[in-house]
Design a protein around this ligand. Structure first.
Ligand code: PLP
Ligand code: COI
Length: 365
């Protein structure tokens, strides 16, 4: 693509009333309500990316033989827009989501959406639906960009047609309890991703494959599943929609450790950002393998002081309690730790425009 492609704007003839927007934004929950518009861009082998549009939010007609319904070529992203004190609406590192979406496309043999179309779609949606961005501290507008195969046919091969869609949803905290520590179940029966598999892509099937283990976690009384490596089933990978970090020691001597990118876990943008912010705060930072044994032993000895989950939807959520097939344990009595909260405040202050953005991580939409 050479010249930027203009988006055709088709306004919603019956947008939500201001009262309805105020009602939704007052109690958004997560992913339950959607704004008045959506963005779509089509791709075909013959035309490449074409027909970018902002349209009223609507159902998508699909042929029963559309390839996504059979062979599952579907990927997505997740990022947020925040209302800043100066009234601007800004997003956190959206170029990183654009890049990760291209990486997911490559893994799934799908076409790569150019970054300018990805970023353009965010701007277009904010231009028409900016009033849906909440003002409250813990709230934001969650963007869900996604792409799937639309070609009609049952031959197993990459589709020759795709649809990219962007929708947006006002979001409060992902976990209903707010910032209180969650409990996790270490999954040794099911694995999320294997070496050479799709774990590093934000591929819809990864989430489908996680649901039975999530149900198992709930049966065990836990909020979330922790995935382990597929081969030895002892190296910690991540959670269903979040990365994990471990804090050893405390105060100025704290060390923040996160599982290294194994190829089968999702390279989280929050994870990557926190590694930088933790260094800035003077903590030591390590990316390495961490086993479930080390987790349990060092939680018992007190050397491991805090564990937290991090991701766009979950922000930073402490992990207080761990259950596995042979027992259970807590980390620091299940209390929220100081380093966790310091990192959380540092990240959210930056995202909300309360502290200066020295790295160019915020993008005005
Ligand atoms: N891991 C998985 C499986 C996820 O779905 C997510 C959420 O996007 C993350 C980690 C965290 O990634 P990010 O920080 O980019 O939101
Ligand atoms: C996100 O944090 O954006 C996610 O995609 C996690 C989850 C809602 C799937």
């Amino acid at each position: 693509m050479t010249a930027p492609m203009p988006f055709t704007r088709i306004p919603n003839p019956a947008p939500a009333t201001p009262e309805r927007v105020a009602e939704v934004v007052a109690r958004p929950g997560f992913g339950q309500y959607f704004t008045d518009h959506m963005v779509t861009v089509r791709w075909s082998k013959a035309q490449g990316w074409h027909d970018p549009k902002v349209e009223p939010y609507h159902d998508i007609p699909l042929d029963p033989a559309a390839m996504v319904l059979h062979y599952g070529q579907a990927i997505f992203e997740g990022l947020k827009a925040y209302r800043h004190p100066d009234g601007s609406i800004q997003s956190f590192r959206p170029e990183a989501n654009a890049e990760r979406m291209r990486a997911s496309s490559r893994r799934m043999a799908m076409p790569e959406l150019p970054d300018e179309l990805f970023l353009g779609s965010l701007r277009e949606l904010i231009a028409v639906d900016g009033r849906w961005v909440p003002e409250e501290d813990e709230e934001s507008l969650y963007f869900r960009p996604f792409m799937f195969a639309t070609e009609v046919g049952l031959g197993v091969r990459p589709s020759s047609e795709y649809l990219y869609v962007l929708i947006a949803s006002p979001a409060g905290s992902y976990f209903p309890g707010g910032i209180k520590p969650v409990s996790v179940w270490l999954s040794t029966e099911y694995v999320r991703a294997a070496p050479g598999g799709t774990g590093a892509a934000k591929f819809a099937g990864n989430y489908a494959a996680s649901l039975v283990a999530q149900a198992q976690a709930a049966e065990k009384g836990c909020d979330q599943v922790v995935w382990l490596d597929a081969v030895e089933r002892r190296w910690v990978e991540e959670m269903g929609g979040m990365n994990l970090a471990f804090v050893f020691g405390s105060g100025a001597d704290a060390r923040v450790v996160t599982p290294e990118l194994s190829g089968s876990l999702l390279p989280g943008i929050t994870r990557d950002s926190l590694l930088t912010l933790a260094r800035d705060l003077g903590y030591q930072v390590e990316e390495r393998r961490i086993s479930t044994d080390e987790w349990e032993k060092k939680a018992a000895s007190g050397e491991l002081t805090e564990v937290f989950a991090c991701g766009t939807a979950a922000v930073i959520t402490p992990v207080g309690h761990v259950k596995h097939a042979d027992g259970e344990f807590s980390i620091s009595g299940g209390e929220t730790g100081e380093v966790t909260m310091k990192l959380r405040d540092t990240l959210t202050s930056l995202q909300r425009g309360l502290t200066p953005d020295t790295r160019g991580w915020m993008t005005r939409l």
